[in-house]
Design a protein around this ligand. Structure first.
Ligand code: AOF
Ligand code: ZN
Length: 341
């Protein structure tokens, strides 16, 4: 199973889970192995079986990180492929959570195959934790991030905001960006800051993994915006009413999910951050707090980090649970998630 898990990591994150498979002979020797290379390609079991001559897997054991599927999707059911190959024993780690795809274990057992479930299940679950969450929620996981002064402002009255937090906090943001599949900003932030939306190290080099840049808002993205140099193509959507009366928030999430996005990093500035919070679309909140005070401007103008999030009375406040507190240089990072009801 550890070998199968290692093989699974060779596949890409995306619409389908990363899955590895090993076919073992009677003495436990490896006859073949395989992994899943993404939606539309062969599943791990079929990839492994395809390396064997007809009949060579008869009586063998298949070790798979995910329960063999039972459905015809982009490919046929693996449970049937294993049966047709004459596999006598199937060992797997995680059960398939899909309504359509589950049931492979039952089908194999019914056909007389010896089936063992749950082997190395913690490691296998950890490997596809984000994919499993997407299956459970029906949408990608969302992290909403903002930086603020100690008194909760994201900018001064004139809109200037560079820089509130220090280099250590910004480096932390970039590392976390590299772990997301998409990064969302509003056109307001795009026009004000011209962000590259790439994940970069201190020396300016790009992380291997880059989030897909997503810009929300009705205003046009200027032709010379830095984001056009991002290695991945820009997705620009009208998200003005995101999370309000319109259906934009859920439909953007559906669209990102269907593109294989598992983790969304919302860095969008107060309007976008507030829209996601208002829509109940924040699984994790990252607040970088700098030891500085900004207050209001001469005319009382106030640029709080978060605006209207559907709270008009204290009973409606968004109660969170703090999961970690860290010092990053002079700044503090608070990570929180919605408190269980
Ligand atoms: C397996 N082995 O290697 C994978 C499985 O649309 P399809 O045909 O590619 O099916 C995708 C679903 O199949 C996916 O959502 C998950 O439930 C399962 N993935 N199953 O037996 C594999 N990748
Ligand atoms: Zn399958």
């Amino acid at each position: 199973m550890r070998r199968a898990l290692e093989l699974a990591t060779r596949g890409p994150r995306g619409l389908n889970p990363q899955v590895g498979a090993v076919i073992l002979g009677p003495a436990g020797e490896i006859l073949a192995d395989g992994w899943h290379r993404g939606a539309g390609t062969a599943h791990a079991e079929v990839d492994a079986l395809s390396q064997l001559a007809p009949g060579a897997a008869r009586g063998a054991t298949a070790v798979v990180t995910l329960e063999p599927c039972n459905h015809t999707g982009r490919t046929g059911p693996c449970a049937v492929a294993l049966l047709e190959a004459g596999i006598a024993r199937v060992v797997y780690a995680v059960s398939d959570p899909g309504d359509a795809s589950a049931g492979g274990a039952e089908r194999l057992r019914a056909a007389g195959v010896d089936v063992v479930a749950g082997v190395e299940v913690d490691r296998a679950r950890a490997l596809i934790a984000d994919w499993l969450a997407v299956q459970r929620l029906g949408r990608p996981l969302v992290t909403v991030k903002w930086a603020q002064s100690l008194d909760g402002r994201a900018a001064a009255a004139d809109g200037t905001s560079k820089w509130i937090t220090g280099p250590a906090a910004r480096a932390d943001v970039h590392r976390r960006r590299s772990e997301a599949d998409a990064i969302v900003v509003g056109t307001g932030t795009l026009l004000a800051d011209d962000p590259a939306l790439t994940a970069r190290r201190d020396d300016g080099s790009l992380y291997e993994r880059q989030p897909m840049p997503v810009v929300l808002g009705q205003r046009a993205v200027p032709g010379d915006a830095l984001v056009h140099r991002h290695p991945l193509a820009l997705l620009h959507r009208d998200g003005e009413n995101l999370g309000g009366e319109s259906e934009n928030a859920p439909s953007l999430m559906d669209e990102l999910r269907d593109l294989g996005v598992q983790r969304v990093f919302v860095e969008g500035g107060p309007t976008i951050a507030s829209a996601f919070l208002r829509a109940g679309l924040a699984d994790e909140v990252l607040v970088y707090i700098a030891p500085t005070l900004i207050g209001s401007g001469t005319g009382g103008a106030d640029r709080t980090a978060v605006r209207f999030i559907g709270v008009d009375t204290i009973a409606a406040q968004h109660r969170l649970r703090v999961t970690s507190i860290d010092r990053l240089g002079d700044d503090i990072l608070v990570v929180a998630e919605p408190a269980p009801p």
